[in-house]
Ligand binder design. Structure first.
Ligand SMILES: Cc1cc2nc3c(=O)[nH]c(=O)nc-3n(C[C@H](O)[C@H](O)[C@H](O)COP(=O)(O)OP(=O)(O)OC[C@H]3O[C@@H](n4cnc5c(N)ncnc54)[C@H](O)[C@@H]3O)c2cc1C
Length: 460
């Protein structure tokens, strides 16, 4: 081990942080506080050369290797006991090319970094709904967010990626080189190498009209029924998801309703602003909107609007599915369990993933669930470990009630918890065997295994 540390210290420009360093505890912490792991070293890489050196050191010494982008993984894949962590958080440079309308993004950037850099050009890449989430993990798993219906998943705007492979070489993957690797990166997670830089196509997104509308819980069956019907045909410039939300103390919430549970529709209209009122009118017809914060807003502000509800350091336990058809039985199960939402940060989000995301073929990228219309995630998030049992039970019971109605064995790999390992093949769906064969080409020894792991296998 000490020979490996000497090798690393000599080879990398970034910091190699070990238990002997005063900031070791800070460096080893990941977003989900349930994962209190103690790596041998956290290497804060500053460039591809650093990443290559750590990959080679891990491969030669046989220690476990974790890759950390934004650190948001609910199963804590950005850290590992006794192994090495490649921490990419110092590699978050973002460079916009306004002529080509593309952006080059460092492997450790967050979506907040990207939004901040692209907004002044009136452009955006499709990311998620929280600004602190890493571009790395979110993109490699697919990428669901406000712009999915209109512009597709994050991977559908990915043009190329620079990847450090298990043998320590860096290659570029795109439609023009290493096409099999490029295919696998778009939905196959962190299985194939360390992406040091992503290149995305940008789209015209500046100020949007959006925000949350809160309804009474008693109206939830009608709101869910409306959402299911409306979003199937709604203009694709409209992004929308359903959520359970305990009202936080915000200016738009009546004081006497703070702490009450509501159901909510959260919208993002990326079309002409003057059309927003007409498009959103049915949202007011379905039931009385009890509180709302909908208006013209810079896209980065909408993308950061919920950040305050999900600070680093809470306990996380999530479960998820894909859904082809949201049935009446599923709605009843959502209402029964949504009513028991235990904490202000906990929720179930029901993302609509139809539209542009459905127009890509299931075999065009590694993300195989292109026929699904919704992606529900039951996201248990709470601060006190003493409440772990009660909160994980809420998530498990909720999931057990909706899963039989999902019509799909698999769920979104980025919404899985650590006990979902048995679902990996279903989560990759129709593409699993092909992914295993690409894995055998690029990572035959499974060096990159701290993820939704695909075991290398010969082509079938
Ligand atoms: C609060 C919160 C909100 C979320 N919102 C959304 C959302 O709106 N839409 C959505 O689609 N998902 C969302 N997610 C899920 C999110 O996509 C996953 O948690 C994702 O894995 C986070 O990526 P990360 O880089 O932050 O995490 P990390 O923990 O750093 O990494 C997650 C996985 O990706 C790998 N990885 C990360 N970066 C790289 C890289 N550069 N090269 C190779 N492998 C890498 C890691 O090894 C690990 O296996 C959310 C998660 C949280 C906690």
């Amino acid at each position: 081990m000490s020979a490996m540390m000497d090798q690393l210290n000599g080879a990398v420009r970034g910091r190699v942080i070990t238990p002997a360093d005063a900031d070791y505890d800070e460096a080893r912490v990941v977003y989900n506080a349930m994962h209190d792991r103690r790596p041998s070293a956290v290497v804060q890489c500053v460039d591809s050369a650093d990443v290559m050196a750590v990959v080679v050191a891990a491969g030669e010494s046989g220690v476990d290797l974790a890759i950390r982008g934004g650190g948001h993984s609910v199963p804590g894949f950005g850290t590992v006991d006794d192994g090495l962590v490649i921490d990419l958080s110092a590699m978050r440079n973002v460079r916009v090319d306004p002529v080509k309308k593309t952006v080059r993004v460092g492997g450790g950037a967050t979506w907040g970094d990207v939004d901040h850099a692209t907004y002044p050009f009136g452009l955006a890449a499709p990311g998620g709904i929280i600004s602190t989430t890493g571009v790395g993990g979110l993109t490699l798993g697919g990428g669901i967010g406000y712009l999915t219906r209109g512009l597709g998943l994050s991977i559908d705007s990915l043009l190329s990626a620079d990847v450090v492979l298990a043998d320590g070489r860096q290659v570029t993957a795109s439609d023009y080189e290493n096409q099999d690797l490029f295919w696998a990166l778009r939905g196959g997670g962190g299985n194939f190498g360390v992406v040091t830089s992503f290149e995305f196509q940008l789209h015209e997104v500046g100020d949007v009209v959006g925000g949350p509308m809160f309804y009474e819980v008693d109206d939830a069956p009608a709101v869910l029924d409306f959402y299911r019907e409306f979003i199937a045909e709604a203009p694709e410039e409209l992004g929308c998801f359903f959520a359970w939300q305990i009202a936080p103390p915000l200016p738009f919430i009546p004081e006497d309703r703070v702490g009450d549970l509501f159901c909510a529709l959260i919208t993002c209209w990326n079309g002409p602003h003057e059309q927003a009122e007409i498009v959103l009118k049915p949202f007011h017809d379905v039931a009385e909107v009890k509180a709302q914060h909908v208006g013209v807003v810079p896209f980065p502000a909408l993308n950061g609007a919920f950040d305050g509800l999900v600070p680093k350091g809470m306990q996380h336990y999530w479960k998820a599915d894909f859904v082809t058809e949201l049935t009446d039985e599923a709605i009843a199960a959502h209402v029964e369990h949504g009513k028991k939402t235990p904490y202000v940060s906990s929720t179930m989000h029901l993302y609509s993933i139809n539209g542009a995301a459905n127009r890509v073929g299931a075999d065009e990228t590694a993300f195989g669930h292109r026929d699904k219309t919704f992606a529900p995630v039951i996201a248990g998030m709470w601060p006190d470990p003493a409440d772990n049992e009660a909160n994980t039970k809420w998530v498990k019971d909720y999931y057990a009630a909706i899963h039989p109605h999902s019509g799909s064995a698999g769920g979104y790999i980025n919404f899985m918890s650590e006990d979902d390992g048995h679902r990996v093949a279903d989560n990759y769906g129709v593409n699993y065997n092909r992914l295993a064969s690409v894995k055998a080409t690029y990572d035959p020894e499974n060096l990159f295994h701290i993820n939704q792991n695909i075991e290398p296998a010969a082509a079938k």
